[in-house]
Design a protein around this ligand. Sequence first.
Ligand SMILES: [Zn+2]
Length: 260
Amino acid sequence: MKAEADFNTPAILLRRIEYGDHDLILSVITPDRGKLALMAKAAKRSRRRFGGVLDLFAILELSCRAGRRGRLPLLAEASLCESLGTLRTDVAKTAYASYWAELVHFWGEEGQPQPALYALLHDVLTALDLDRLPARVLSLHFQLRFMGLAGLGPRLGACVGCQRSVEEVGAARLGFDPVRGGVICRDCERVPRLPVSRGAIKELAWVAGGDLVRVQRMRCSDEALRMGEALMETFVPFHLGREVRSLKFLRNLRESGALA
Ligand SMILES: [Zn+2]
């Protein structure tokens, strides 16, 4: 068997897990190696060990030593590319960034190149830090694109039951079926669990199909944001097949009025 070589990689820090008295295990997403777990020796004991840059959501450049005999790769050096500091000091931003990072942590594939997923997370975290777009819009964009990359993008153009396009069914006759993963008309489901308007569906399709530059050019209506949040935050955990803990935190903040 060929020995794993040492490597350098850009990375976004998703999670820090304490290991023993001194060490941290880091979960990161990288473009070429997908999701990766790394051992950071002595990083728990001393914040200065890696120059104090191992903060959640930070964009880093890492040098790693190959793991010996099935062990985790060892972090040798870390340098900071972008700190994205407001993601850790503004509680609303922390809530959104934690939700996106949790999805990538649990769903990112290990050892497989994932440049599109890396770029997506990089772009939404950076835009959130710089207030380029409202967090709600970024979160919708992230969830729609994330599901699309996983091959589970919701079907927004036609009814998942009878296949008629959203143009063919009346404007007031739409719902969303999280189980079947798309729009459903009221002939196929009389009382939809998640009612949506045709206008909101069209805005969501736009957010799903575009990059951030394109999304920046549109103004999402409040109705589309509300409906989009309700359906994506039901749809994503359903297909993830597990509870998303940071989503609970995000919802609690929203209900308490702490999210602008
Ligand atoms: Zn139908």
